[in-house]
Design a binder for this molecule. Sequence first.
Ligand code: NAD
Length: 483
Amino acid sequence: MSKNTPITVAYGDGIGPEIMEATLNIITAAGAKLDIETIEIGEQVYLRGNSAGIEPGAWDSLRRTKVFLKAPITTPQGGGYKSLNVTTRKTLGLYANIRPCVSYYPYVSTKHPVMDVVIVRENEEDLYAGIEHRQTDQVYQCLKLISRPGSEKIVRYAFDYAVANNRKKVTCFVKDNIMKLTDGLFHKVFDEIAAEYPEIENEVWIVDIGAAKMANTPESFDVIVMENLYGDILSDVAAMITGSVGLAGSANIGENFAMFEAIHGSAPRRAGQNLANPSGLLLGAVMMLNHIGQNEIAAKVHNAWLKTLEDGIHTYDIFKETVSKEKVGTKEFAKAVIERLGQNPVTLKTVEYNKSEKKVTEKKKTVKHIKPNKELVGIDVFLDWSNGTADDLGEMLKKINTDRLILSSISNRGEIVWPNGHPETFCTDHWRCRYLLENKGEVLNRSQVIELLNRINDAGFDFIKTEHLYNFDGVAGYSHAIV
Ligand code: NAD
């Protein structure tokens, strides 16, 4: 007899307690071997004055079990409450968000009868670092951070997932025609890692047309790996076009921790009425069972659930007179799944989980990477200025050149406006002034930068930030403005 696996469970808010009870009843009836620790998260914790929505003691349980099955929570209205999902992801290092999006035609109506796409979303980086600044009266910025180790981890996860789950292709969505450095890195890492998996087909799409294609012909995709923002948006699109967001589960995976949930929220208006569909959380629990190595139980639950759908036993959200046979509540739906444990679907595809998905989270070596030689070659000085035209600013700043650092260009929102700008270009109060070393091949030191900043300051300009311009092994590590 194998040992029980400890897990942490949170019943959440709204419909959370009902769908969690249904889910746990089904998986324990199927023989899941679990030691359950329950923690309280969500609305009541927030309203007690804890801005994170989770008590310190709850973290102790998560540190012990490392596996979290979480029902949706309600975030109270008003400011000051931190997103519990973001906190959990960042605290536990849950770098991968996995969302299988499958259509169940003809039992759930959908425009896409053939759809079985898994979105693998990077969960920690990109614009979600939360580094935002208001820099001038008119301009705000949000920093997009993409790292090599972060990209390697998520791309490798996508390929390992494909291998472990018998998937044939991994697609990458990027926007590297515009973000040549950040998305360019993600694309490059994808190509490097794809080469290690010759048995898996790979392809790269620019995210805009890729997204359009996914929404139109999802059957042409298998696993899709994306940075955080694209993945956030497109995993909702993918779940929605299967026919119902209420049916999708999701896994958040880290090196040491994992969290499983439904993708929908706490639907407070449906709470306490035995109405909610527990399927999203149940499929999250199926992913959890696979993660902890209880693959046979996972398959047993999943197949019984497919058979229940096929038999037309549907909760109100997917009930359709034409295909459904019986409209049931949460409890009756769970009972119907339990009655079908051991059965397989007839029309829908039977799932098999005989391989351990555990290998997906095994630590792998990162791609061999030699640290490049980094040289400081210039500086971008950003000014808050609104006293004239680009040409006026250029004339004034030219006089401030040091004997090493020379003003080479001024841009506004990325467009070159000096020298030789177009008078039609709309300019805000946010100017990027690029200073480069006069003699190429020299290397700049920081005291020369400080000398320049002192001169700019003495001339009465409000410099709001600077960015150092580095070459890495002689290749520019900064973008060139649009001319
Ligand atoms: P929601 O997903 O809770 O509900 C939207 C609508 O979808 C509901 O009105 C309901 O008709 C339907 N629905 C959702 N899940 C269902 C289910 N299992 N069965 C049947 N019908 C279902 O989205 P919302 O109304 O925007 O958000 C409600 C609360 O949930 C908010 O406080 C929000 O912050 C929170 N939320 C939590 C999570 C989470 O904990 N992971 C995720 C999203 C939203």
